[in-house]
Design a protein around this ligand. Sequence first.
Ligand code: FAD
Length: 318
Amino acid sequence: MKVTQYFEKAKGKTLISFEILPPLKGGSMKAIFDTLDPLMEFKPPFIDVTYHREEFVYNKRESGYYEKTAIRKRPGTVGICASIMHRYGVDAVPHLLCGGFTKEDTENALIDLSFLNVQNVLCLRGDARKFEGKFIPETGGHKYAIDLVKQVADINSGKYLDGTISHGEPTDFCIGVAGYPEKHFESPNINMDLDFTKQKIDAGGDYIVTQMFFDNQKYFEYVDACRAMGIDVPIVPGLKPITKKYQLNSLPRLFFINLPDELVKAFTKAKTSEAIKEVGIEWCIHQSKELKKKGVPCLHYYTMGDSETIRRIVEAVY
Ligand code: FAD
């Protein structure tokens, strides 16, 4: 079923969903099942699986020169989606990227997904590769997420890249896109960012999943701003608990988000790693309860393989 159909069926009740990362190359599906098994009692209608493009690594050779190699550290998104759907009977939402894909690669991936009965995709641009200052699209690939959305919308209407296919079987993907309550870091300002987000929706986006945030007010303001400019699709808040001290610095650096004063002060007072984890969990419970009370369509948790923490949060909220 489509993500948006789940929202319609829920009739205002807040659903719950999880996002997982594929294991590092060499790992197995067991790691995924170990994360998801303890969470399935909460009956998530869908589970997102992130996509990780190849990264360049530089290995020093005997001559002293460095050899550049492309390595995909977390392959397997499509297989994991199929496996999740088969084991749990829930829908899986693969993330699709512009980065690393030509349009043909994308089309072939969409055909595979459609044949596997995957009905949802989250369309993203992807980040710049390490050692590249800015996002560089693949030759023959897409530059922005909107172009990927358009390609999925095209194939949904039976329009394939190969112009000789005149009556192509239309796919029926529900299309999710990313949104940023604290603005995407490359955007000059929030209005321009919202404008591009609206374009993604107008091009075929069916719903938005937000970047993590730690101040609910930012999410509420974001939703208001989206509504004011005519974005009327469901906006799913993405939530992540902080469980380790270093995340106080790494999350703002990696995700371009702010941590509220009150949260930072509470972390500063916490002296042990257990106390820090408790602060992070309590904060996320508080965020979740408030969002649920306001009737958000779904609470979407970034699990990062830590099912124990996510379980505690969801148990306290539902
Ligand atoms: P876009 O919507 O293309 O926007 C990128 C930037 O370009 C923005 O600043 C936007 O304002 C600007 N822009 C958009 N259109 C135009 C235009 N026409 N002209 C000029 N500027 C424009 N990354 C992964 O690698 N794998 C994942 O699985 C993954 N999952 C994610 C899930 C969620 C919910 C979120 C919020 C992010 C995820 N990301 C993932 C990270 C994401 O790929 C990055 O944030 C990336 O930098 C931007 O992706 P986007 O789809 O928002 O890009």
